[in-house]
Design a protein around this ligand. Structure first.
Ligand SMILES: CC(C)(COP(=O)(O)OP(=O)(O)OC[C@H]1O[C@@H](n2cnc3c(N)ncnc32)[C@H](O)[C@@H]1OP(=O)(O)O)[C@@H](O)C(=O)NCCC(=O)NCCS
Length: 169
């Protein structure tokens, strides 16, 4: 099994959207991507890559096939300290349960270290999202504390509690 990260292009939009399911929506995106919204998202990532700032996102490939998504965002402040860069990820349902996310996180941390992005990588996860909690734990991230989000809300409007994990870069 070979995991690689690469830039996302318009040719990836269909496979990216097809790789979303109810877990992706519940725990990460808040809604299914459409061709237009995903294209705008990828274009924004490409702009950030050119400018060398802001959120940077990559396709996660498993033996060359698009199998997920990972990004870091140095501009997320909710629950984080200066110098923290937030990491988010999703793996397509067909590729889950094989350690793809952990390897993507490892490669992302390597990239951040090389490009001097922040002093700590952070994973913020809802405690009920057991699969993602396991990714943080298995990737060697250290649990800091649970905190009440000032930005994310439950469907009923109550604030989300998140668990913060960090890894020195
Ligand atoms: C969280 C997620 C990225 C994990 O990716 P992954 O590559 O399957 O990760 P792993 O293979 O390391 O599995 C992690 C845990 O998921 C669970 N798991 C195993 N197989 C699974 C499957 N087929 N489907 C769902 N979860 C599974 C297990 O609890 C596993 O922990 P374990 O290794 O201790 O048994 C993936 O489930 C996902 O895309 N979820 C929706 C988006 C999301 O939650 N993003 C994170 C937001 S903080």
């Amino acid at each position: 099994m070979r995991i690689t990260l690469r830039a996302l292009t318009h040719e990836d939009v269909e496979a990216h959207n097809a790789g979303e399911d109810e877990r992706t929506v519940r725990w990460l995106t808040g809604g299914y991507g459409a061709v237009e919204s995903t294209t705008v998202h990828f274009d924004r990532l490409a702009d950030n890559a050119r400018a060398g700032c802001g959120k940077r996102g990559f396709g996660v490939c498993l033996d060359g096939r698009l199998a997920g998504y990972v990004d870091y965002d140095p501009d997320v402040g909710d629950g984080l300290e200066t110098g923290d860069a937030n990491i988010s990820y999703a793996v397509h349902p067909w590729a889950r349960g094989r350690g793809v996310a952990g390897e993507a996180v490892r490669l992302m941390c390597e990239y951040m270290r090389k490009h001097r992005i922040g002093t700590r990588a952070a994973i913020r996860v809802d405690p009920d999202n057991y699969s993602s909690v396991r990714v943080a734990e298995k990737s060697g991230f250290v649990y800091v504390h649970d905190f009440t989000s000032s930005t994310d809300k439950q469907p009923d409007g109550t604030p989300v509690t998140m668990r913060l994990y960090v890894h020195d870069l």
